[in-house]
Design a protein around this ligand. Structure first.
Ligand code: ZN
Length: 203
């Protein structure tokens, strides 16, 4: 019950922000991204013929994963000394992500200082074979269609993520223009998270 007391205001805040975002972002392009429940048919099965969710298929990884190079200098969010030059994602999502990071680089004025300020140089992750934190199904990260930026200032459960600030909103807009979903407005906010998937039907 203690957790509920804390979470409720965060949810209210998140809903307000979602409403705000809907008003301020450009209309989403007609998207061909799969519904989150259809990722397996669209992106293939990362568990491969072996099945199970404990280990990724090396064959699926070799067939599907590519690296999108970042136009700016970046590092692991958990270790500023660990340089990261690109994000590993599914080949079907890569052209779109390439356009997104190119757009963001231009919108940041090709300024590394602005990229650092807004949080795009602190990488939380791209492809990562793992189940969702609170359930049995695979995370969209396990399909290579999700990326995380600046988790320290956009933490899971944070109803006021840094990317929601007006001066940072161009990041969310760039992803939404390509039809990617941002997790910052979810009931359980995930402000670091962007994914090339649509909300499941009926939700
Ligand atoms: Zn994520």
């Amino acid at each position: 019950m203690v957790a509920l007391t804390i979470v409720t205001p965060l949810i209210a805040c998140s809903l307000n922000r979602t409403q705000d975002l809907v008003l301020s972002v450009p209309p989403m392009m007609p998207s061909s991204w799969p519904h989150v429940d259809d990722c397996r048919s669209a992106y293939g099965d990362p568990t491969g013929a072996v099945g199970g969710a404990s280990k990724a298929s090396a064959e699926w990884e070799a067939d599907n994963l590519v690296t999108v190079r970042l136009p700016w200098h970046a590092h692991a969010a958990w270790n500023s000394k660990l340089a990261i030059t690109g994000l590993q994602v599914h080949r079907l999502a890569a052209p779109s992500l390439t356009r997104i990071v190119a757009t963001l680089w231009l919108q940041a004025g090709k300024s590394q200082a602005e990229i650092d300020r807004v949080g795009l140089s602190a990488i939380g992750g791209g492809y990562n074979f793992r189940p969702v934190r609170d359930g049995g199904r695979l995370s969209t990260h396990a399909y290579g269609c999700a990326v995380d930026f600046d988790p320290n200032r956009n933490a899971l459960g944070d109803g006021a993520p840094n990317f929601a600030l007006a001066e940072n909103r161009y990041v969310v807009n760039a992803f939404r223009t390509e039809g990617w979903r941002w997790g910052g407005g979810w009931l359980r906010p995930d402000g670091m998270h962007f994914e090339a998937a649509r909300l499941a039907r009926g939700r």
